[in-house]
Ligand binder design. Structure first.
Ligand code: BDR
Ligand code: CA
Length: 339
């Protein structure tokens, strides 16, 4: 009787169908991110991870000049989306050069196209009408305290978004960036590529007073795509995994000849992994200052774990839980069908 009474009181107009309810619940539990990238082989893998990972809701892909010129990085992002059947995620082009400096690219690693050695389809949809900087501001203000920015290229778009709308500093959930290092560089002995391309933008990001996590080379060099990993990716045999295998093999050729590493590090996916599964990446708080002047050290992320030169302004990634990371990567690539 009680049950019937309850059933009669249900307003059918307000009943949410179960699949829609599950979708809402899933969205409420996921991390909304904007992936700001410069594809780039490892950027392309970060796109595949962000798309395939149920803990991530990819709100937008924004592009910046870095590994290659803006027209190429934007086209590459669009082509990766076409290849992986990623639909409904806007790709917006951003800044075509650093704030103050000449653009310097990484053709020696990523080739003239930015995705050298990778065969991709033509982009299926045009880039968004909005400029990346405007889209970042709009999405952050539209989802207060919910959006994590994941910049995996030079920080030009993020610095300009801050300048255009300083309120975003208080509205972003977190910035989890791939860049910098506390022990070494890769483009120079002291500097990591993303920070070196636009140190002034990096300085703006590290001094904005918002929560920043720096996923740098010390961490990403623990994510080496060894032959065993490549075999595990190949064994998945899904469309996303086949694309990832192709990208890793092409990246390997460029990387191993340019650096003294046994296998290519998947730098950019590490930042996405930190958002999706924070336990996979251990961090230590530190003060990070950006060297914008040094004759030998421009672009260095001077990392002070003792906070002698200033209070902690970043969480610095130190240790990768390798099995957790590769598990996340493989599970995401295993989801063959578009979400
Ligand atoms: C970073 O530089 C770029 O070449 C990669 O895409 C990555 O974001 C590594 O230093
Ligand atoms: Ca990148």
């Amino acid at each position: 009787m009680g049950e019937i009474a309850i059933a009669r009181n249900i307003n059918v107009d307000r009943v949410v169908p179960v699949p829609a309810l599950l979708d809402r619940m899933r969205k409420a539990m996921t991390n909304k991110i904007i992936l700001d990238c410069d594809p780039g082989h490892d950027d392309a893998l970060a796109i595949l991870l962000a798309h395939g990972c149920p803990a991530i809701e990819l709100l937008a892909i924004t592009t910046v000049a870095g590994n290659q010129t803006l027209d190429k990085t934007t086209r590459n992002a669009q082509a990766v989306c076409a290849a992986a059947a990623i639909t409904g995620v806007p790709v917006a082009a951003g800044c075509d050069r650093p704030l103050l400096r000449e653009l310097r690219t990484a053709a020696h690693v990523h080739g003239e196209s930015g995705l050298g050695g990778v065969t991709l389809p033509e982009p299926a949809v045009p880039p968004a009408d909005a400029h990346a900087v405007d889209l970042i501001v709009e999405l952050v203000l539209g989802h207060p305290s919910e959006v994590t920015l994941v910049p995996i290229g030079p920080l030009t778009n993020i610095a300009l978004a801050l300048r255009r709308e300083p309120r975003i500093a208080g509205q972003v959930r977190e910035v989890v960036l791939m860049g910098g290092a506390h022990t070494r560089g890769n483009i120079t002995p002291a500097a990591e590529f993303n920070i070196w391309v636009d140190p002034e933008a990096a300085e703006a990001v590290f001094t904005a007073g918002w929560p920043v996590t720096m996923v740098g080379l010390d961490l990403t060099h623990q994510a080496l795509a060894t032959p065993d990993v490549v075999k595990r990716i190949a064994a998945l045999d899904t469309p996303a995994a086949r694309l990832a295998e192709q990208i890793v093999r092409a990246y390997q050729d460029g990387y191993v000849s340019a650096f003294h590493l046994p296998a290519p590090p998947l730098h950019d996916p590490c930042a996405v992994a930190r958002v999706a599964a924070p336990d996979v990446v251990d961090c230590v708080d530190a003060h990070v200052a950006i060297e914008t002047q040094g004759r030998w050290t421009a672009g260095m992320t001077v990392t002070d774990f003792d906070c002698r030169v200033g209070p902690a302004n970043a969480r610095v990634a130190t240790t990768l839980r390798r099995e957790g990371f590769w598990g996340l990567m493989l599970d995401s690539l295993a989801s063959a069908s578009p979400r």
